[in-house]
Design a protein around this ligand. Structure first.
Ligand code: SAM
Length: 254
């Protein structure tokens, strides 16, 4: 369905562009949610269709029509088979440890824990998830985990957020489209150092764009952001090129 919509939009855009018109897809803040100052409003968008989205048709810079979109990406609920395939590939290359029922795996910024769920289904590991969003964690907690999952609410930028975890406690720490939403700076540097302290190995899946490195695109009341960091240069991560690339996502590890 998403593919059909994207194709139809591309065709429409190509037809109207020579006439001086543009078609934009615009998201708005969630009006009824209190601004938490953390951008939670944005991340909750993937849980249910809350955030208003609009199709905006403009002609020569003037808005001609504004139409409410009904679609729901439900991005956080997508299956994550690609992650299992990637871990298998990196295991084979001995870049990540082999996982099993004695392995401890942490995902900060896990949201509804779709990545962790996929890992637990395949390897039955001891699962740890952490997020700033209580509502997302409540969804994660409702899953029929094969063994109890440890889920924590925390703001990872707060000093001490990962203090309770000991050095090299986790066999694998995973982040996926999480670091990209944290503003760069000393707090983020400290956070990544902490991740390296507690994780024997790390798998970091984040978008990257060479022409945007160093730029921060702020959205949603100046809280939620897209931070185009230099993942290798700033945080000392290594890059891995998977056989089958993940859409819009670069793979790093330590
Ligand atoms: C784009 S979502 C990705 C969710 C998940 N990793 C996935 O692949 O579906 C980013 C996640 O990071 C969490 N997050 C953002 N800032 C955070 C912070 N300061 N502390 C803890 N979690 C945070 C958000 O609540 C959200 O669940």
């Amino acid at each position: 369905m998403g593919f059909v919509r994207a194709a139809a939009t591309a065709i429409l855009r190509a037809v109207i562009q020579p006439l001086g018109a543009t078609l934009q897809f615009v998201r708005e803040d969630v009006p009824e949610l209190e601004d938490t100052g953390t951008g939670i409003e944005y991340w909750r968008d993937g849980l249910e269709r809350r955030m208003p989205r609009w199709w905006v048709l403009t002609w020569r810079g003037r808005v001609i029509m504004r139409m409410r979109s009904r679609h729901n990406e439900r991005a956080y609920w997508r299956r994550r088979r690609d992650l299992v395939r990637l871990i298998d590939e990196m295991n084979a290359a001995t870049l990540l440890p082999a996982l099993g029922k004695d392995s401890h795996v942490l995902e900060p910024g896990c949201n509804v824990a779709q990545n962790l769920w996929e890992i637990s289904q395949r390897w039955n590991c001891e699962i740890y998830g952490l997020d700033i969003d209580r509502e997302a964690l409540d969804h994660a907690a409702k899953r029929p985990w094969p063994r109890p999952a440890h889920l924590f609410e925390a703001d990872v930028l707060e000093p001490g957020a990962l203090e309770k975890f000991s050095d090299r406690q986790f066999d694998l720490v995973v982040t996926r489209w999480h670091l990209v939403h944290l503003p760069p700076g000393e707090r983020k540097q400290r956070y990544v150092r902490e991740l390296k302290r507690i994780g024997k190995a790390g798998l970091i899946l984040e978008p990257t764009s060479t022409d945007k490195i160093g730029r921060v695109e702020w959205r949603q009341k100046g809280t939620y952001c897209l931070s185009w960091d230099d993942w290798e240069g700033w945080y000392g991560l290594k890059r891995f090129a998977p056989r089958i690339p993940l859409p819009y996502t670069a793979v790093f590890y330590w």
